[in-house]
Ligand binder design. Structure first.
Ligand SMILES: NC(=O)c1ccc[n+]([C@@H]2O[C@H](COP(=O)([O-])OP(=O)(O)OC[C@H]3O[C@@H](n4cnc5c(N)ncnc54)[C@H](O)[C@@H]3O)[C@@H](O)[C@H]2O)c1
Ligand SMILES: [Zn+2]
Ligand SMILES: [Zn+2]
Length: 393
């Protein structure tokens, strides 16, 4: 089959690889019909490159149809399913507590990481991902989300990651009717987080340096800002001088405007993998510009919810300010299955209350995927969200 593979820092290519096969009775094989490219995939071709191996299959936002069902998968050939990016067993202690991204059955203990993730480096189990014609779905008996046949893929595919991640981010931010929230980063996660916060009744300020991302957010009733000191001042003025009740960080470890973190990340990237891993695990720092702005902006006693992925072992944090301002912080990899019962009725609602019909900017074949990665990384061609359609030629 064809698959998008990691070939080195800043390099993915579409290659012919072996078809996946059933390995456990709880597995299923799906024919992938839609597969998102995520901001997290950009981390894998840059900062997290030391944890990738040549030929690793990318992708953790797939949906498709079952072509082969393991005996204990509870699925049958032809079922239409969305696959969560985290692989969880559904019955361990963590899963019983809905902490699916911490599943004790699939945790990557040798790396001291949480649950295995599809297509997500050796830190998360080096599991082959879903930007491919076919995908082996481990623990399909618990993970696979069965959906109906009537609506198009774009209504469902984001249940794999974008929608539950944004939803968890907004839930952790704890905003509702009459509250205010600022969202840093208007990539796919920030777009949906901003719309969800509005859906929950909050006033939403969206911050991103990229004009077309601000335009998309503005179409959904978000008040938009370019970022930096001026935006912090303007948003403060709009919130009676206090700052918003909550801030959602949907940027993550590669924020623009972070010279020190950027230089250290670049230097670590030049080392051989083993040495680079050692640097990251002892002295690694993230590009923290957005998170530090979030700490500055949020009101005293407010909440910061972090959806963006961070990975620095030694990232400097202003504990004096955090403590003095009495800031609450919540974060983590999304527990996808926890939120599906909230989200399914919203994506199936004909009025499309979250606007999922307005997110994809680029639909591409597997052969076109490497060029689409480049556009997404460089924010070229107004690229905001790429979905690969592996059955298209
Ligand atoms: N927690 C989870 O489970 C989970 C799941 C999916 C994605 N993520 C993470 O969420 C983050 C966003 O993902 P995405 O797909 O939306 O990616 P993206 O790269 O498209 O979005 C990031 C956005 O942040 C903006 N940005 C950069 N620096 C900024 C700054 N200083 N101030 C304001 N905006 C800034 C960029 O212009 C971009 O629009 C990534 O870190 C990704 O890894 C986390
Ligand atoms: Zn993703
Ligand atoms: Zn589990």
């Amino acid at each position: 089959m064809k698959a998008v593979t990691w070939q080195g820092a800043d390099k993915v290519s579409t290659e012919t690889v072996d078809d996946p096969t059933i390995q456990e009775p709880t597995d299923a094989i799906i024919e992938v019909t839609s597969s998102g490219v995520c901001g997290s995939d950009l981390h894998l071709i840059s900062v997290l490159a030391p944890y990738m191996n040549e030929g690793d299959i990318m992708g953790h936002e797939p949906m498709g149809r079952v072509v082969e069902a393991g005996a204990a998968s509870g699925l049958k050939k032809g079922d239409r399913v969305v696959i969560p990016f985290n692989i969880s067993c559904g019955h361990c202690w963590m899963c019983q507590h809905s902490l699916y991204s911490q599943c004790e059955t699939t945790q990557v203990k040798e790396k001291e990481s949480g649950a295995s993730l599809l297509g997500f480096s050796s830190l998360y189990g080096s599991v082959p991902g879903g930007q491919a014609e076919y995908l082996r779905v481990p623990h399909a008996d618990f993970g696979a989300i069965k959906v109906g046949d009537e609506l198009p893929d774009n209504r469902y595919v984001f249940l794999s990651d974008v929608l539950p991640t944004a939803w968890q981010g907004v839930k952790y931010a704890d905003v509702g009717e009459g509250d205010t929230i600022a969202v840093y980063g208007l990539g796919p996660i920030g777009q949906m987080g901003a719309r969800m916060a509005r859906h929950m009744g909050a006033r939403v300020f969206g911050i991103d340096p990229v004009p077309e991302r601000r335009e998309m957010a503005a179409r959904h009733g978000i008040e938009v800002f370019e970022g930096g000191e001026d935006s912090i001042g303007e948003i403060r003025e709009l919130t009676e001088g206090r700052g918003p009740d909550a801030v959602l960080d949907a940027v993550g470890m590669e924020a623009h405007g972070s010279p020190v973190g950027g230089a250290i990340q670049a230097a670590a990237g030049l080392l051989p993998d083993a040495a680079a891993q050692k640097v990251m695990e002892t002295a690694g720092v993230d590009r923290l510009n957005a998170l530090h702005d979030a700490i500055d902006l949020v009101r005293r006693g407010g909440t910061i919810s972090i959806s963006g992925v961070y990975g620095g072992a030694a990232s400097p944090m202003p504990l004096l300010t955090l403590f003095d301002k009495q800031i609450q912080m919540r974060m983590g990899q999304c527990n996808v299955k926890k939120w599906i019962s909230d989200l399914l009725p919203l994506v199936e609602d004909p009025s499309d209350p979250l606007g999922v019909d307005d997110l994809i900017t680029h639909r591409v074949s597997l052969d076109e995927a490497p060029e689409a990665y480049r556009k997404f990384r460089d924010k070229d061609d107004h690229c905001i969200k790429v979905v690969i359609e592996p059955q298209a030629s």
